[in-house]
Design a protein around this ligand. Structure first.
Ligand code: PRX
Length: 652
């Protein structure tokens, strides 16, 4: 282990130091990845090593090379290869497990629906035929604006079948956000629903979609509307609007020849918060993305066909795409889709579902686990959770305390807990301990996966010493990586890549440290992105909404460790910062971004702390919000404001 840690890659992770926890030997014996040589093999073979991942898929035409890196940073994975994602997620499982459950859905009102792989095949084909009938052709982008209902993954797979990239927009996003994404993706087809239940109430999603249609520049050629609410809400359909159920009924039994896509062809676009206020369209290619997702589902989450697996993330975001849909279905397992909330009808809902379904692998976020912890161990302790073999977490750092609670009360003190670090842009998991091989270190995301050349570097791009903070970067390309941005090559290059002496490096936007064993601890974003309540926002997109409110002059937004959004706001001198301004700010955030963007706390302040060059010191505001010590503020242009803000925070 002499030089391990400096470049972030452990030479032998099985030698990791004392703060590490080994998975039980019973787990190791059955794990998909149990041979520590895999690290060396990847290091020795270079990109060729990723054939292992591509081999997990069915290819219609074998790829010519693993990686074309002749034009960095525009990398092409598995060029020459042709495949179809819906074939890989559905058709190829029919021989061995057509009657096995593919999706088990639990609706908000206690409804249940199950789809075997055969059912899934039939409905995906019928919908694919229906979409074709409505005019959708290969490469047309279809926008999906649906809550957690089976029709969402089915629509994704139907699009993939006919070579139409999907553009899923989280159902909770506002009409304005949907309109922006329809335009940005140049998408003239939409699949949405009449509405869905939020808590007890039927909520009208169609009216949001109608609103977006009025705002968008693109003309929608056809809209498909899922009837989620039945009699609870009647929506009338216009001439170019079609009920999902009648479309599928009309094409029931039709089989659609899957369109063979180039490995480098677009599978989907996903809009995420960028460094500017406008979202950016992250593009994922079919072959590399699916290979990486399948490989990590099998080797990191240890999922296999006879599992019942549950990824609790919403399909509206990347985790739901990769590990709620494409990962589990590509490996042919049974996946749970849950529409409801974790505390309804009671706070043991999640544990009840795990027990009833004998869930063996459960993947969720630290935000959720913190809520479970707050509610109390008596809820999981009421249930038999012995079916759990592995637990996963994603989305933000998990503190050792939360990690241990999760393992103790959900994992029976035995199951490995894999902390997985990745991003919308990486497409699939990039840092994590391979649970059958390496020890886990609570609080640390883990070493880079084999084949992922992650390094923590300083301002000059030099690797930092163990324990020193730096920027997390990735040197060599990896299969799940974004193939580009919808906004074009220049933006893609500028946003993510730096050319260093030893080649191109991808900038993750995260700060990190690395320990002597090469395990990486994530310190949080170093750019203007905040991750709260499992959503990713740019401070700019929230702040520009707030300053759009009449009377507001400036705003700075920070996220707290508990997942709250705190807004610091100044108003014009003639405007009284009262409850009506507060309400207007929350309304504007909900309209411009979505309900989940409402600020939890709004702190009115006469001024915001600024550097001499006038830049708002958001870091200082973060420290104040969290009640942490902060250093000398005398270099600020307006140091006197700090005391005022501190007392305002206490008053709120
Ligand atoms: O800051 C990191 C954090 O989430 C960011 C990516 O957000 P998004 O693209 O929305 O994808 C979230 C789910 C993959 C990262 O830049 N993040 C993600 N996983 C972890 C994490 N921070 C700490 N530990 C993690 N395991």
């Amino acid at each position: 282990m002499d030089d391990a840690g400096v470049d972030g890659r452990p030479r032998d992770p099985s030698l990791a130091a004392a703060d590490a926890t080994d998975p039980p030997s019973g787990f190791r014996e059955q794990a998909a990845a149990s041979d520590a040589d895999v690290y060396e093999a990847f290091a020795a073979e270079g990109p060729e090593a990723w054939r292992r991942a591509a081999d997990l898929l069915d290819w219609e035409t074998e790829y010519e090379t693993v990686l074309d890196d002749s034009d960095p940073p525009f990398y092409k994975w598995f060029p020459g290869g042709r495949l179809n994602a819906s074939v890989n997620c559905v058709d190829r499982h029919l021989d061995e497990r057509r009657n096995q459950l593919a999706i088990r859905w639990f609706g908000k009102r206690g409804e249940r629906r199950s789809y075997t792989y055969l059912d899934l095949h039939r409905e995906v084909n019928a919908l694919a035929a229906g979409l074709r009938d409505l005019g959708v052709e290969e490469d047309d982008v279809v926008t999906l604006y649906l809550p957690m209902v089976p029709e969402l993954p089915i629509s994704m797979l139907a699009c993939a079948r006919i070579g139409a990239p999907h553009n899923v927009v989280f159902a909770g996003l506002s009409a304005e956000a949907l309109a922006t994404r329809l335009d940005a993706a140049d998408s003239s087809y939409l699949v949405t629903c009449d509405g869905y239940y939020r808590r007890e109430d039927a909520f009208n999603q169609k009216s949001k979609a109608d609103n977006a249609r009025l705002r968008a520049d693109v003309d929608l050629a056809a809209t498909v509307v899922v009837d989620r609410l039945g009699d609870a809400l009647d929506v009338s359909l216009g001439a170019d609007e079609h009920g999902y159920e009648s479309l599928v009924d009309a094409h029931d039994g039709e089989m659609v020849e899957p369109v063979a896509r180039d490995a480098t062809d677009l599978l989907f676009v996903m809009y995420t918060s960028g460094t500017t206020g406008r979202p950016k369209g992250v593009e994922h290619a079919t072959g590399g993305y699916l290979s990486h997702v399948a490989w990590t589902t099998q080797n990191v989450l240890d999922v296999r066909p006879d599992d019942t697996y549950w990824c609790a993330a919403d399909i509206g975001w990347i985790t739901g795409h990769s590990y709620g849909v494409y990962g589990p279905l590509s490996v042919g397992t049974t996946t749970i889709l849950y529409e409801g909330s974790p505390d309804y009808p009671d706070r043991d809902r999640v544990w009840d579902l795990i027990e009833r379904n004998a869930v063996s692998v459960f993947y969720t976020s630290p935000t959720a686990i913190r809520s479970f912890m707050k509610w109390g161990a008596e809820y999981p302790d009421r249930h038999d959770l012995s079916s759990i073999r592995l637990l996963g977490t994603v989305g933000e750092s998990i503190t050792p305390k939360v990690w241990h609670w999760y393992r103790e009360h959900v994992g029976g003190g035995e199951a490995p807990v894999v902390d997985t670090w990745w991003q919308t842009e990486t497409g699939a998991i990039a840092l994590a301990t391979l649970p059958g091989i390496a020890p886990m270190k609570p609080g640390k995301a883990g070493p880079p996966l084999p084949g992922i050349d992650a390094t923590v570097v300083d301002e000059d791009g030099e690797p930092v010493e163990p324990g020193e903070p730096g920027y997390l970067t990735i040197g060599a390309p990896w299969p799940g990586m974004l193939r580009g941005l919808r906004e074009g090559d220049e933006r893609y290059r500028r946003e993510y890549w730096v050319e260093a002496e030893d080649g191109w490096r991808y900038r993750t936007g995260d700060g990190a440290t690395v320990d002597d064993d090469g395990y990486i601890t994530i310190l949080g974003r170093v750019d203007d992105v905040i991750n709260v309540r499992a959503h990713r926002f740019t401070t700019g997109e929230l702040e520009s909404a707030i300053v759009g409110v009449e009377g507001v002059t400036e705003a700075a937004v920070v996220g707290t460790e508990d997942g709250d959004i705190v807004a610091y706001v100044t108003t014009r001198s003639d405007v009284e910062p009262d409850e009506s301004v507060r309400a207007a700010i929350c309304e504007e955030l909900a309209t411009a971004v979505g309900e989940m963007a409402r600020a939890d706390r709004i702190v009115f302040t006469p001024d915001l702390p600024k550097t001499r060059s006038g830049k708002i010191m958001r870091r200082l505001l973060e420290d104040i919000t969290r009640g942490e010590e902060f250093g000398d503020v005398s270099s600020l242009r307006n140091p006197e404001v700090v005391g005022e803000i501190e007392s305002s925070v206490r008053d709120v």
